[in-house]
Structure formats: C-alpha cells, structure tokens
Design a protein around this ligand. Structure first.
Ligand SMILES: *Cc1c(COP(=O)(O)O)cnc(C)c1O
Length: 339
C-alpha cells in the first residue's frame, strides 16, 4: 500500500543531526539561531523565533501581538484543533467562521474581531491582502504553505515542522513578525535565569531539530518543483472526473501540500476511497467532520454549510516528494480508471 504520507529524510539531514550530536551542544543554541536567520532571509523584512511546535508559534504570535485574556480571535472552522488550543492557551476566545467553497480558506466579509488567523489550508493562499486592508491584525497560518508565494504582509506568520509537514524536524514551529513582536516572544521563551520573574514557558526547539530543519530548507525549491509536478500530473488524470461532477480544491496554490478532490456525493467519495485502496493507494479524508472547530465547540452545524459539505465529499491523494516513479504511475492509473 502506498502510504498517504512519508517524511523525506536525506543523508544530508542525518549528517547535519550527527554533527550536532557530536558537538556536545544539543539544546537550543547556535543551530536554532541560524535557522531563525535563514527564515528572516527567506521571508524578507522581519524577524523569526523558533519554537517547539506550530501550536506554540500560534500562541506566541497572539501573545506577541498583544492578544490575551478576553480578546476574541476569528478562525476558520475547516482547520485543526491547534488553533483552539493556542487561543485558549493565552486566555482568549475563538470566533469560528465558515470557509469558501472554491479554495477552502476563510471568507473576508463580516469578520468582527481585531485578531484573525487565516489558514493556508492544503497550500491555498488566504486573502491576507483583504484582511489587512479591512484593518484586522492578521496571523497567517503557513503551516501548510511553507515555500509558497508570500502574501501581502500580515502582522505575523507561523510555521510548523511536524513530521507530516513540508519540511520537518519531527516537531517544531516558528513565528515570523516585526522586531518588537519577536523580542517579546523570545523573552517568553527564555524562561531560565531571568532577572525579572513573570510566568513564562519552556517552548524551546533543540539544536538537533534546527539542524535537521535547516538541512531540509536548502531543498525547498526542489520540494516545490516535485510537489507541483505531482499536482499537475494528478489533475491531468482527472479530466473525466471533472466532466462528471467532480471538482478539486481551487485557489492560489504555489506549494501544493495536498491534492484534494471534491466528490459529487458522499457515496462517490467513499467509492473513490475503496477504488484507490484496491489499487494499493491509501487515501484519507483530509479533515473529518468531528475535527471541524464548530463541532468541537458544539455550535449549530447549519451555520457552517460549506465546511460540513467538504468533510462529506473531500478525499486526499498521496502527494509528497518521496513518492517513487512506479508509485506515481500507480496513483495516476488508479485516478484514471475510476468511474
Ligand atoms: C500542523 C498545523 C498546526 C500545528 O502545528 P504543530 O506543529 O502540530 O503544533 C497549525 N495549523 C495548521 C494549519 C497545521 O497544519
């Protein structure tokens, strides 16, 4: 069975980790600092702070931008529980909204809160330009769009280096923002040997993780090319499906994180899953109904019709750089032969 995901670890990544292990310094140190510099360079104007996870990065971006107890933060329901965890971690309250049917990202009208976290879901760029123009404080969740096109400048961006993300250190996260915000996030992270005490938290990344992430970061262009190639190859195999009522996630996707098809019905989606499985290809429902944030919070389902429809009709096909040529052939043929 071709798995739905597989991390890509190259010899260079292993050597980078070995070098740290042999150096006698494995906690947060020079490698973490180097990774932060690499991200500032990659993202342009701004500063970066590496952390233990993408969730920590979300919480610290909010904290650094001054969000705290009682503040409200708008997030799309079609996302992951990490958003809720980060918002509750700093004592704020989530406001959940539905997403758009074409690209699965947050809509830009009718947002009533100062803070907004648009999620670039499966690599699709959110409309940060509009959100910033409307006067919101925007934290762009780029956990699934690292290496994609850079949007018009949000207040902060966050990244995740979890095992299934575009590049990985097993775990890890990073916030990018202005110097003031990053200073404040770093102060929160440096919990040990502080002169002035206030409650902080150990959210540090190790130099072992940072070395692995930096090593993978050097291949970002190759990763993008490979992902784009797979994405267009799969789309090309689906022309008959598209003529018979199927769709795919549309939108502004430079770094495809997933290839997600939208079936005409729930039954068609399940049939596709069985067909792919019988051809040796593992597929997943990329976000399940119970994972929708409004369902976690027990809000009425009829207020979120698009997301409820997406969880019933979407299916994700394996798309990652480690796929071998014969596996790609198998996937393409399976897509082509589904009727
Ligand atoms: C993975 C992910 C996160 C959380 O990152 P962790 O490193 O797993 O804590 C947040 N938002 C999105 C969109 C993600 O995909």
């Amino acid at each position: 069975m071709i798995p739905h995901n597989r991390p890509l670890i190259k010899t260079a990544d292993i050597e980078a980790v070995n070098e740290v292990l042999g150096s006698g310094y494995i906690a947060q140190g020079p490698r973490v600092e180097a990774l932060e510099c690499e991200f500032s360079a990659l993202l342009g104007d701004g500063y970066a702070c590496a952390l233990s996870s993408g969730t920590a990065a979300l919480a610290m971006a909010l904290h650094g931008l001054g969000a705290g107890k009682g503040d409200r933060v708008t997030v799309p329901t079609y996302a992951c529980s990490a958003l809720l965890n980060a918002i509750y971690f700093i004592g704020a309250h989530p406001v959940i909204v539905d997403v758009k049917e074409d690209d699965f990202t947050i809509g830009t009208g009718n947002i009533e809160t100062d803070f907004v976290i648009p999620v670039n879901i499966f690599g699709a760029q959110s409309n940060v330009f509009q959100l910033v123009n409307d006067g919101h404080i925007v934290i762009e969740d780029c956990a699934q769009s690292l290496g994609g096109k850079l949007s018009d400048t949000p207040a902060a961006r966050i990244y995740s280096f979890y095992a299934t993300k575009i590049i990985t250190g097993g775990q890890g996260g990073l916030v990018w923002s202005t110097e003031d915000v990053i200073d404040s996030v770093k102060d929160y992270r440096e919990f040990d040997r502080v002169e002035e005490y206030y409650p902080r938290f150990n959210l540090q990344m190790t130099d072992i993780q940072a070395a692995m992430i930096s090593s993978q970061l050097t291949r970002l262009n190759d990763i993008r090319l490979k992902r784009q190639l797979l994405y267009s190859a799969y789309a090309g195999e689906c022309s008959e499906l598209f003529a018979s009522g199927w769709n795919m996630q549309m939108g502004d996707i430079t770094m495809p994180y997933r290839f997600v098809l939208v079936a005409p019905s729930n039954e068609d989606r399940d049939n596709m899953h069985k067909h792919m499985r019988s051809n040796g290809v593992a597929t997943i429902v990329p976000i399940e109904q119970y994972e929708l944030l409004h369902n976690y919070l027990g809000l009425p389902k009829n207020k979120f019709p698009v997301a409820e429809k997406l969880v019933a009709t979407t299916i994700s096909i394996p798309l990652y750089p480690d796929l071998k040529d014969y596996e790609i052939k198998t996937i393409c043929e399976a897509l082509r032969t589904f009727h």
